[in-house]
Design a protein. Structure first.
Length: 235
């Protein structure tokens, strides 16, 4: 509470400036830059002109406006990632369920403790797919939990699949993220008193393999072109 007062988001009675903050948030969340606010607006000095004008009109200092934007972006991003993640998993389950001779189980609907989202069982083998979803055509950004990472290290059947969806939540392209890249990119625990639990990774194009080769290797043709990497990422 004191932090909010110090940054101009609450008045002494705890009400007036909070309303200004809500009005400011409503004014900026539909801006084109808001979707990338985490990377574009790293400080109050980086606020766009429209945000500065809105803040000035509402009597908010740039520092307070920046704090509102960061908090609002965090809430919106968390909700959007959950929505897209679920849609991507369901779309991939639907695609895989059309393959003859394959049993598909969406294990993430039961628990997030497996370290992967989809289990495929065939006559000769089983595969475990961890799914990361985006609607963006540019750089791929994913969030990986410690459990998912450690599952990757110990489970040879684990594959990290990137799904790009259209705005209508249909699969536009598939790619696999190289586990060697993930292992190199993941942070290290520093000392006995520290341990990372979740990490954000920006995946470069050279860490992607078109389609899902681990599936292509074990399934008989014909296969859906998406699984073989057509159209190519980003699609």
């Amino acid at each position: 509470m004191e932090w909010l007062k110090d940054h101009g988001l609450l008045s002494a009675d705890g009400t007036r400036s909070s309303i200004r903050a809500l009005l400011f948030e409503a004014a900026v969340v539909e801006s084109l830059w808001f979707r990338d606010a985490d990377s574009l607006i790293s400080s109050p000095e980086a606020l766009p002109d429209d945000a500065l004008r809105a803040a000035d009109a509402l009597g908010l200092a740039p520092e307070a406006a920046h704090a509102v934007i960061r908090a609002a972006w965090g809430r919106v991003d968390t909700a959007e990632r959950a929505r897209l993640g679920s849609a991507g998993e369901q779309a991939l389950v639907q695609l895989l369920s059309s393959i003859s001779g394959v049993s598909v189980v969406h294990v993430a609907k039961e628990s997030d403790g497996f370290g992967y989202d989809i289990q495929l069982t065939m006559e000769a083998c089983a595969l475990h797919l961890e799914v990361k979803t985006t609607t963006r055509r540019g750089n791929l950004r994913i969030y990986l939990s410690r459990n998912e990472y450690e599952t990757m290290l110990h489970d040879g059947a684990w594959t990290l699949v990137a799904v790009r969806l259209t705005e209508e939540l249909k699969i536009a392209a598939l790619a696999s993220i190289k586990r060697c890249w993930v292992q190199d990119a993941a942070p290290l625990d520093r000392g006995l008193g520290s341990r990372w639990e979740s990490v954000r990774l920006d995946v470069p194009p050279d860490a992607l393999t078109p389609g899902v080769p681990s599936l292509v290797e074990v399934l008989p043709p014909p296969l859906d072109p998406l699984l073989t990497g057509q159209p190519a990422w980003p699609g």
